[in-house]
Structures are given as C-alpha cells and as structure tokens.
Design a protein around this ligand. Sequence first.
Ligand SMILES: NC(=O)c1ccc[n+]([C@@H]2O[C@H](COP(=O)([O-])OP(=O)(O)OC[C@H]3O[C@@H](n4cnc5c(N)ncnc54)[C@H](OP(=O)(O)O)[C@@H]3O)[C@@H](O)[C@H]2O)c1
Length: 266
Amino acid sequence: MGSSLGAALVAGDHPVRWVPGGRSEATRARADADGLSAASDLASALGEAEIVLSVCPPAAASDVAADVARAGYRGIYVDANAISPDRGRAVAAVVEAAGATAVDAGIIGPPARDGARTLLYLSGPEAAVAEVAGRFAGSTVEVVALDAPVGAASATKMAFAAWTKGSAALLLAVRALAETEGVVAGLDHAWDLMIPHLHDQLRRSATGSAPKAWRFEGEMLEIAATFASARLPAGFHAAAADIYGRLGELRDNTDAQLADVIDRLV
Ligand SMILES: NC(=O)c1ccc[n+]([C@@H]2O[C@H](COP(=O)([O-])OP(=O)(O)OC[C@H]3O[C@@H](n4cnc5c(N)ncnc54)[C@H](OP(=O)(O)O)[C@@H]3O)[C@@H](O)[C@H]2O)c1
C-alpha cells in the first residue's frame, strides 16, 4: 500500500524517499518499481522532507512515529495505518512533542494501482490536511478531507474494517464450526435455500484473508480497542484477531484455498 501511494505522488512530480534499512528484498523491489528514491538512513530521508507518510503494519506504527520524533522532524507527519483513534492520538502527541504537525489518515480500498479505488481519509489541522490533500490532487488516490480532529480518520477506517474483515472472520469461523460438527452438507443446503450468496463470500473471505491474516490480527486488536474505548463490546474483534492469528502460517500464500484456511482454524 505504501509503495502504491508513493507511486501516485511520484506520478504527480512529488519526489518520495524511503528508508531501506531493515526492510526485505520484496519491499525494495516494489519501491524501485514505483520510482521511490532510497535514502541512506532515516535522518537523510527526513532532511528536506515536508511530509512524512507512515504506512506499515499497525503494530509498528508507534515505533515508526517515535523514531521520526527522535530524529527531530518538524514537518507534517501523516499516520495512515489501521490503528485505533486512541493510538492515532498518541502517535500525534509523540510527533507533536518533537515539533511536527500531525495529520491522521485512514486508507480504505486496495493499493492505488490499475484503476483501483483507493480512499485516503484525512483529519486534523485544516491547513496541514489541505497540504497533504494537495499532493494527491489529480492522482489515483481519492482524498476525503474530514472536518474533524486527529482520530476521526482512524475511527472511520476502524468502523469500515470492523465490518469487512470482522464479518469475513465470522464467516470463516462458522464454516470451521460446521466442519468440526460434521454438518457442512447441512449448512450448505440451508445456505443454498436461504442465503446462497454466502458460498461465494466464504470463498472470497478465505482466499482474500489467508496471505494477509498475520497483519489482520493486529488490525482486529486495534478495532477491539476502539470498541472498548467507545464502551461497546470488544469481544467480536478480539475473537476475529484470534481467528486471523490461527492463519498466520499462510502468510504471503496466495494459493491458499478455503480448505487450507479451515484446516488451520480447526
Ligand atoms: N493492503 C491494503 O489493501 C490496505 C488497505 C487499507 C489500509 N492498509 C494499511 O496499510 C498499512 C500497510 O499495509 P500493507 O498491506 O501495505 O502491508 P504489507 O504489504 O505487509 O507492507 C508493509 C510494509 O511495511 C514495512 N514494514 C514492516 N515493519 C516496518 C517497520 N517497523 N518500520 C517501517 N516499515 C515497516 C514492510 O517491510 P518488510 O516487509 O520489508 O519488512 C512492508 O514494506 C497497514 O496499516 C494497513 O492496515 C492496507
């Protein structure tokens, strides 16, 4: 996702630097293909940067912000990760303490490639939000500037993914239960007659989640924290985190099918 956002910026003549230290060959190959420039280290990447865009696994979001703050960065810092609004506000406090201006972001949709629809929700100080939105003007990324403080863009992302990834996890758990109880044929029969679209949805939930479930686990925990903080039941998404956690060994396996997923679940 991060590389695709970078490509959208490069296409609009905004140079993008990234930091290869500690990253994999796959990340380097994406960055090269997308025309991003490798910086020797974080300090030189930040040198003349006006905007920092953090797009990484949710569990790394706070560390990335702390590293950037420690380097004394004073420009605009955009956290675009799938994190709870509370964590978004904490990230903002860390970078603001170093003199930066925090903008909260939430990405909805697939990576910004091949005519895909990628929405970038932004919230925070109006001038900084406008500055970030301006860089994506005319690009493949559709910016939605919310007239709301830091936390609102993350909350939008949490609410959206609570349904999409939460319902996918529930469907997989339902199928695993039917397998365990030996009633797949009975459930299939009932779905055929009553809710036939679930067959397709189940298959897509399995093949779509398997390679990325390791990352979805953290995202579900962020969503559970978001519900808890809103004094709503957090258990749905805590369970979804458990479900995705069981699929961790299918990481990057784009050939995994429904049967492979159910195997891991049961
Ligand atoms: N993919 C989507 O469709 C989508 C949609 C909406 C939102 N998002 C959000 O975008 C973010 C990234 O998701 P993704 O799908 O792009 O994940 P991804 O394909 O796994 O890529 C994550 C990137 O972050 C790098 N990374 C890992 N740990 C890091 C750290 N400590 N510091 C800096 N970089 C680190 C990884 O590098 P190495 O692997 O080389 O270590 C990799 O290049 C997540 O917050 C996700 O919720 C993604």
